[in-house]
Ligand binder design. Structure first.
Ligand code: CP
Length: 302
């Protein structure tokens, strides 16, 4: 495997995370620089995306690089039976870096083993989404002025939400206290609870989204119920509307509290909340360009 790939957020040390965040802040001040001139980045999206793909492509375009790729795998020779291995080897011949989203957990790890160029995991099934985590950390630091000693409340689909899984691991460097709010069917998998215990991270679990449950949060991280991960749509129907965040619920939250959401939102945040000064999810998505510029330049050694 190329040691310069970003497959899991655990590929980054605390020092590397802080270094990338500093770099992202520089890119936010000056996002248009000819650093990637002569470089080609491939974006291979085997699953739908709006933010991740477009912010990666914006990041490359603003740095003077070129983008190739696909957003719909049905237009590729995969439909003729070409394997992921052959696809990745082929694209390694064309591009300096490959950004890939794939529905199969572990697909990014496998791609990194066969690729001749760095791979960036843009989401592999319900497993990991490390570049989302970097923009989440950037957003947390920007809104709270620090990453250490924060109370983070995670709400919704904690079972299939890959952004949740990556963020828990990244925050382990910064002494967080977590509050996990999910219905029984979508509770955080045991492996992540074990991870918290092994890293002495305090956490509580709740099944109701109440005023009391979020009253001391610094960050309220909402998530969508991941319909695409359910094998039985009847099970999805049972939990799809389990929580909706409304302004009323936010009245007694801390002044510094900010609402994050990796997006897309379905109906877990009421549209009225968008005008609340604590809503930060659209700015969070904007931060993705700068975080991804920093990640790309680091992986290419630029
Ligand atoms: N946050 C995120 O991964 O969004 P997209 O699915 O639109 O890329």
């Amino acid at each position: 495997m190329s040691n310069k790939s970003l497959v899991s957020i655990t590929d980054y040390s605390k020092e590397k995370i802080l270094q990338i965040l500093d770099k992202a802040a520089e890119f936010e001040k000056n996002p248009n620089q000819p650093i990637l001139q002569g470089k080609v980045v491939a974006t291979l999206f085997f699953e739908p995306s709006t933010r991740t793909r477009l912010s990666f492509e914006t990041a490359v375009n603003r740095l003077g690089g070129r983008v190739i790729g696909f957003s719909d795998a049905s237009t590729t020779s995969g439909t003729k039976g070409e394997t992921l291995k052959d696809t990745i080897i082929m694209v390694s011949n064309y591009a300096d870096l490959i950004v890939m989203r794939n529905p199969i957990e572990g697909a990014a790890r496998y791609a990194a083993e066969v690729a001749k160029v760095p791979i960036v995991n843009a989401g592999d099934g319900a497993n990991q989404h490390p570049t989302q985590t970097m923009l989440d950390l950037y957003s947390i630091k920007k809104t709270q002025g620090k990453l250490e000693d924060l109370k983070i409340c995670m709400v919704g689909d904690l079972k299939y939400g890959r952004t949740i899984h990556s963020l828990i691991m990244a925050m382990s460097h910064f002494n967080p206290t977590f509050s996990f709010i999910a219905p029984e069917e979508l509770k955080l998998p045991d492996e992540y609870k074990m991870f918290c215990k092994e890293n002495n991270i305090a956490f509580t679990e709740h099944d109701e989204l109440t005023e009391e449950a979020i009253s001391d949060a610094d960050i309220l991280y909402m998530t969508r119920v991941q319909k695409e991960r359910f094998t039985d749509l009847y099970e999805y129907e049972k939990v799809k509307d389990v929580y909706t965040l409304r302004n009323k619920l936010l009245e007694n939250t801390k002044p510094n509290m900010r609402i994050l959401h990796p997006l897309p939102r379905v109906n877990e945040i009421d549209y009225d909340v968008d005008n609340n000064e604590k809503a930060y999810y659209f700015e969070q998505a904007r931060n993705g360009v700068f975080a991804r510029q920093a990640i790309i330049c680091d992986l290419l050694g630029l």
